[in-house]
Design a binder for this molecule. Structure first.
Ligand code: NDP
Length: 412
């Protein structure tokens, strides 16, 4: 990037797989990220990130213990460290509390996943969009969803709208993980959030309305074999994903938006059994006189997503297929990135799912700190200019390609 850098201070909240990658990437770019703090609930995880960064780059970062659900405690830490920006890489449950702390302390905000209440497995943007006026009035910027999906997929759409199409009519986002981690069952990001997401009733956007279809573990769910670059044919399931909500609003002329994700039969079988025996329940149950939440107990038994990288091989292939009009002709274009699990591990000690989320989180933060993205209020990422972000993806480890494509069939 040719831009003149403006240096800034960043506070990263969370110390899981995604935060590990984002902290590494920020540490690699001292010309933008002058001071870095990683603050999270379990401080030894922050210290492990600090030690690894110190060894790899000879850079010292700060760490702190914080409960991000405790707004006064978090506000006090923000006041002490005085960041220019808070990068929220904790869990979706913390989003509103961290936004409140940013408002209290006058600091910009960015995250990678939309708010979800702890007691209801449901996520949508309304809760965070309700902060629009509060951020606007304080002259602060909140950027929502700067991971890969949401995140890069939104930026791909914004870029296509700006440069490739006069109008996009059909959007298919395809997320393929063709990697193998060697465990019988594991989730690639936080198990609780992952399982809550993939067991939902599926929705996609069509002709101005949301169409519901069965969840991916139910009979009648919609799936088909898609031939991915590098990864080849992979069974891909229609799934509801949060970026559909904002893209349906922000992309003009959109007639249909769908999201697809690959799942192996092995993963789905494990999930069905876990659901059938009640292990994915999110309510409290009595166990020998104690209250436990089964999905949390399950999380304690499953491998930490951040630890999966050790034996992970294969690639992720994530991208958008878009059909629309350009100069009165109908065209279809596929924009995608391929990310290698082993390369991600060599660079940051984590796997490609964390890498493909942590790198765009760093890039979004860079766009804000360097003043490329400016504004007061709450923004979904496709509302901001995509060009520098796209350039940075190529530069910082997630190169993308645009190719012609026949398109995804209307009915699979
Ligand atoms: P992890 O579970 O590995 O890490 C979450 C971290 O947040 C943990 O370190 C956890 O602490 C910390 N945390 C949880 N609650 C609090 C709290 N109250 N106060 C402070 N810290 C807290 O998750 P991932 O790294 O896999 O995912 C991070 C985020 O990225 C999630 O929101 C996830 O949904 C999102 N994501 C987005 C993607 C995208 O493409 N947009 C893709 C993948 C993930 P502790 O160690 O104590 O548990």
């Amino acid at each position: 990037m040719n831009k003149k850098y403006i240096q800034g201070r960043i506070m990263i909240i969370g110390a899981g797989g995604v935060a590990t990658v984002a902290a590494h990437k920020c540490a690699q770019i001292p010309e933008v990220f002058k001071e870095i703090m990683v603050a999270s609930r379990t401080v030894y995880k922050c210290e492990a990130i600090r030690n690894d960064i110190s060894q790899r780059y000879g850079r010292e970062i700060e760490t702190a213990q914080v409960d991000a659900d405790n707004i006064p405690e978090l506000s006090a830490l923000i006041r002490k460290f005085q960041p220019d920006l808070v990068l929220n890489l904790a869990l979706p449950y913390q989003d509103l509390h961290i936004m409140d702390a940013c408002l209290k302390t006058g600091v910009h905000y960015i995250d990678t996943a939309n708010y979800e209440p702890l007691d209801v497995a449901h996520f949508e943007y309304s809760w965070q969009w309700a902060y629009q006026e509060k951020f606007r009035q304080k002259g602060l910027m909140a950027v929502l969803g700067s991971g890969f999906d949401p995140g890069v997929t939104n930026v791909f759409t914004a870029y296509a709208q700006k440069h490739l199409f006069d109008e996009i009519h059909y959007l298919d986002i395809l997320d393929c993980n063709a990697g193998s981690h060697g465990h019988a069952f594991a989730t690639n990001f936080n198990p609780e959030i992952n399982i809550r997401e993939v067991t939902q009733v599926v929705r996609h956007w069509e002709n101005g309305t949301w169409v519901e279809t069965p969840a991916i573990i139910e009979n009648g769910c919609i799936h088909f074999n898609f031939d991915y670059p590098v990864a080849g044919l992979q069974d891909s399931y229609l799934l509801y994903h949060e970026e559909l909500e904002s893209l349906a609003l922000n992309i003009r002329g959109l007639k249909r938006a769908r999201f697809w994700m690959t799942f192996s039969e092995n993963y789905l079988n494990h999930l069905r059994v876990l659901m059938n025996v009640g292990m994915t329940r999110i309510d409290e149950v009595d166990y020998e006189g104690q209250k436990i939440v089964p999905i949390r107990f399950l999380k304690a038994l499953l491998p930490e997503p951040a630890s999966l990288g050790t034996n992970y091989s294969g690639e992720t292939v994530i991208g958008n297929i878009m059909t629309g009009i350009k100069d009165k002709k109908t065209i279809t274009r596929y924009i995608y990135n391929v990310c290698d699990h082993e390369e991600a591990f060599r660079e940051t000690g984590t796997q490609a799912i964390a890498y493909t989320t942590g790198v765009p989180a760093m890039i979004g933060a860079m766009m804000m700190l360097t003043g490329v993205w400016k504004g007061a209020g709450v923004f979904n990422i496709e509302q901001l200019d995509p060009d520098n972000f796209m350039e940075a993806l190529n530069h910082y480890g997630l190169p993308w390609q645009v190719v012609d494509h026949p398109g995804v069939p209307d009915r699979v």
